[in-house]
Design a protein around this ligand. Structure first.
Ligand code: HEC
Length: 244
């Protein structure tokens, strides 16, 4: 029965999978691995449907697998040895896959991104309207604190150092406001813009677009956003950059 076709079905099956995998991997720009996974799952399903339509094709497809797992005493020594190797490889490969998944990688991503890109023209030179009311500073700081601890602390941390509970899940990590390299370098208008538009608002030179910083302009009103900016400078002791 196995001699009905030139190439055994199982070999064709593997060839189709390898072919589709290589094809999908060759697509440029590279596809995300979740999508590759989806294509591969669909391919496996499709090929399985194909081989299982007729009883004979299914039998031809599955017979070598059944033989492999059950063993076949009448086969020669070479086949037996090969079978041991294949059966031994299965747990080893699985173990290796799990090991690869759980070991953390400490190598930073190769891509360079512009950390502080130029903001859009409209936001340059905006001033914090809350600075105009020094008499109500306390009230604004309280609003800023509320906004911060309700929205930002999970990522940017209760010490403003970017060490919030979720921080370690993100690359790039949440900004450390205590560090001299973040808000200390920036104008208030710039910080306001970053809070308002978040990762999605970053222009092309900052790609890869993997910033987890949320976009707050649909969730916080303008006063709340200015208040949290004011609060950040107040708490860290930095002065917003000005062009004097
Ligand atoms: C889900 C996690 C998360 C939350 C919540 C979050 N951020 Fe961020 N934030 C980030 C990450 C990650 C970055 C760094 C990448 C970037 O610059 O977009 C960042 C960057 C920033 C920056 C830019 C600093 C710089 O040097 O360019 C500011 C300002 C900022 N966040 C303010 C806030 C404020 C204010 C809130 C709350 C209203 C907030 N963030 C909430 C993740 C978060």
């Amino acid at each position: 029965m196995n001699t009905r076709r030139g190439i055994p079905l199982l070999v064709k099956f593997v060839a189709v999978l390898v072919g589709v995998y290589v094809g999908v991997r060759l697509v440029r720009p590279p596809l995300p691995s979740s999508l590759v996974m989806m294509y591969m799952t669909l391919t496996v399903c499709g090929v399985l449907v194909y081989v299982s339509i007729y009883a004979e094709t299914w039998q031809e497809f599955s017979a070598p697998l059944v033989e492999l797992f059950r063993g076949s005493p009448e086969r020669g020594g070479l086949w037996q040895g090969g079978r041991q190797v294949v059966l031994g490889l299965i747990p080893l490969l699985l173990g290796f896959g799990v090991y690869q998944k759980v070991t953390p990688s400490f190598t930073p991503p190769a891509e360079q991104r512009v950390v502080h890109p130029a903001p859009p023209f409209e936001v340059m030179g905006l001033t914090n309207p809350l600075q105009q009311r020094p008499d109500r500073l306390q009230e604004h700081l309280e609003l800023g604190a509320r906004v911060y601890f309700q929205n930002c602390v999970y990522c940017h941390g209760d010490r403003f150092d970017g060490e919030g509970h979720f921080a370690h899940g993100f690359n790039p990590p949440p900004a450390n406001f205590v560090d001299a390299g973040t808000i200390a370098q920036l104008q208030e208008s710039y910080v306001f813009w970053r809070v308002s538009t978040g990762g999605p608002g970053l222009p092309a030179e900052s790609t890869p677009w993997n910033s987890a910083m949320p976009k707050w302009d649909t969730m916080l009103n303008e006063e709340e956003r200015w208040a949290v900016v004011l609060y950040l400078y107040h708490q860290t002791g930095w002065k917003p950059r000005t062009w004097e």
